[in-house]
Design a binder for this molecule. Structure first.
Ligand SMILES: Nc1ncnc2c1ncn2[C@@H]1O[C@H](COP(=O)(O)OP(=O)(O)OP(=O)(O)O)[C@@H](O)[C@H]1O
Ligand SMILES: [Mg+2]
Ligand SMILES: [Zn+2]
Length: 549
């Protein structure tokens, strides 16, 4: 029988646990000094090692290894093996989700009275402890207060805030952290190497980004990517898989706002954020969802354009049939603005909530389709500048790299035929006439982030640049960076060579760096001029009146 990767790769000893050094250090020290507590509370995001560490601790206190305590658990003595197999009588795992009643805990209290049968300590691991009923908590409290000698309780939960204070105050609390991407990359890279699977660095990075700090999630995604039997994995293959997991959420969210169910949408958002999703990434992915709706609404064979399963495309198509083009338009415009505003904001969540209210209540100032063609284009179509094909941009966390290129490639040459801006049945017929000259801001942000990822080992001033400046524009010859103030600008300029070199690594082009402060930038008319000339082009070619705001 096939064992899932995340089970096969469960750490057996402390040294195999990744990303929780702070906890491992404490526990090892307690074992060495004989000061193991009688009750622990392991808190933290799913898949970060709570159950795993609980079992390792159970082994350590029962390990038969004769050597130094620092070597415990050894992982291969009879007790360690029995605990690993789940056959050790003195380690009792209880899933509180399905044993949450008073009776269950009473039973536990009875069994606690008996001394260990074979080991030194009886260890009770109560998983999902927040699921216990109030009565069960009260029953447990008594035992936690006066635990018999030789008994250890390890309570584990993802929701410590749901536990009564009385329980919290009786346990030693250890918080499991989300595992950093870098650590995940190394871990998964090593597992792949051991299995003889070739995986590209970019693929690993994407996997780690989507694991979202959870080792189990990372391994599950990897497992599913491998299930097709490939021995080689690249970023596109992982993208293809990823595109199919999260779509469901955005379909729900879009449904809610479309039905003007603001409360429902906010609750959904809250759930996603509680799971640890990144707010800014959510904004971007939701906008991508609207773009996918736009594409499925107008293109028959969208499968090739969107890296998605047929089932998901069907779901998208169903949704796009139900919502109007104006709604899609409003979603894209509102979200693109929200993404832009969130760049400098320390409260992106509020902005996204506001966006939900705006879209759901139809308050977008977006004019009806037609007047908005340029905005929609800017927001929804990815760059087509000659120097930066979508494929040449390695953007972490991005889900559909090929789609945008295809949108344009698949469209007929512009014959100037798209005269009627509302009635055309294929948005594709309008699109080619209006070039998308600017790379959308969210993509600029990702390029900017990549620069710092690549230049990670660079000196400290780099961090100042990362937070104090944004990438505002890229064209065929140069890229523009806007610094918050003159001080940061100075730093950008003194690191010019580095930045240009990293930019070249990412885009494959030698580009000149132009840096300005926010103030200077506001004075420059260049962006306006560009917009004006574009508007003129739209006016003359399409007969659409475009207002520059
Ligand atoms: N810190 C870690 N180091 C190495 N592997 C880990 C770590 N955390 C999780 N894993 C992997 O994920 C699997 C599940 O981990 P575990 O059951 O310990 O997570 P958990 O924190 O208890 O999650 P949940 O909250 O869902 O119960 C492990 O078998 C292992 O493969
Ligand atoms: Mg667990
Ligand atoms: Zn042992």
């Amino acid at each position: 029988m096939y064992t899932a990767l995340y089970r096969a790769e469960r750490p057996e000893v402390f040294s195999e646990v990744i990303g929780q050094d702070h906890i491992v250090r404490i526990l090892k020290n307690q074992i060495q000094t004989g000061t193991v507590s009688h009750a622990y509370l392991f808190c933290g995001t799913r898949g970060t090692g709570k159950t795993t560490t609980a079992r390792i601790l159970a082994k350590a206190v029962n390990c038969l290894d004769e050597g130094e305590d620092s070597r415990k658990p050894c992982g291969h003595c009879a007790n360690c093996m029995a605990i690993k197999e789940g056959t050790f009588m003195d380690v009792i795992e209880i899933d509180a989700a399905s044993n949450n009643g008073v009776d269950n805990i009473r039973e536990l209290r009875e069994s606690v009275k008996y001394p260990p049968a074979v080991g030194r300590k009886k260890v009770y691991i109560i998983d999902e402890v927040h699921m216990l009923s109030t009565g069960a908590f009260n029953a447990l409290l008594k035992t936690l207060e006066e635990p018999p000698e030789n008994v250890i309780f390890i309570l584990a939960t993802t929701d410590p805030q749901k536990l009564p204070q009385t329980i919290l105050s009786r346990c030693m609390r250890l918080d499991f952290k989300r595992v950093p991407e870098k650590v995940l990359i190394d871990h998964m890279g090593r597992i792949c190497a051991e299995k003889g699977i070739e995986i590209t660095e970019r693929a690993l990075r994407l996997l780690a980004a989507n694991a979202d700090g959870s080792v189990r999630d990372g391994l599950s995604i990897l497992d599913q990517c491998l299930s097709a039997g490939d021995r080689k994995l690249d970023r596109d293959m992982i993208l293809e898989f990823l595109g199919t997991v999260s779509e469901e959420f955005f379909i729900h969210l879009t449904d809610k706002v479309s039905l003007h169910d603001v409360a429902g949408a906010l609750v959904l958002l809250d759930e996603a954020l509680q799971e640890g999703k990144d707010v800014k990434q959510l904004m971007k992915d939701w906008m991508t969802h609207y773009r996918s709706l736009l594409i499925t609404k107008y293109i028959k064979n969208a499968e090739d354009m969107l890296n998605m399963s047929t089932e998901n495309i069907e779901k998208l198509r169903e949704q796009s049939n139900q919502i109007s083009l104006d709604e899609i338009n409003s979603g894209i415009v509102t979200l693109s603005r929200t993404i832009q505003d969130a760049r400098y904001s320390s409260q992106p969540r509020i902005l996204l909530e506001l966006a939900i209210v705006t879209i759901a209540s139809g308050l977008t100032e977006a004019a009806p389709l037609g007047k908005n063609v340029r905005q929609v284009q800017q927001a929804s179509v990815k760059p087509q500048s000659s120097s930066l094909s979508a494929a040449s941009m390695p953007i972490a966390g991005e889900k559909m790299p090929k789609a945008a290129a295809n949108v344009q490639a698949a469209q007929p040459e512009n014959g100037g035929a798209a005269g009627d801006n509302r009635g055309t049945d294929e948005i594709g017929q309008q699109a080619p006439a209006v070039r998308a000259p600017q790379i959308p801001d969210y993509q600029l942000d990702e390029i900017w982030e990549r620069i710092f990822e690549e230049g990670e080992d660079m000196k400290g001033s780099f961090n100042l640049i990362r937070t104090g400046a944004v990438l505002a524009e890229i064209n065929d010859t140069q890229f523009k960076v806007i610094a918050q103030n003159a001080f940061t600008k100075q730093y950008v300029e003194s690191n010019q060579q580095h930045i240009c070199r990293l930019m070249e690594k990412i885009t494959g082009k030698q580009l000149k760096l132009v840096c300005r402060t926010e103030e200077q930038d506001e004075e420059t008319p260049s962006r306006n001029q560009e917009a004006e000339s574009l508007a003129a082009e739209v006016r003359s070619k399409l007969g659409i009146d475009v207002k520059i705001q």
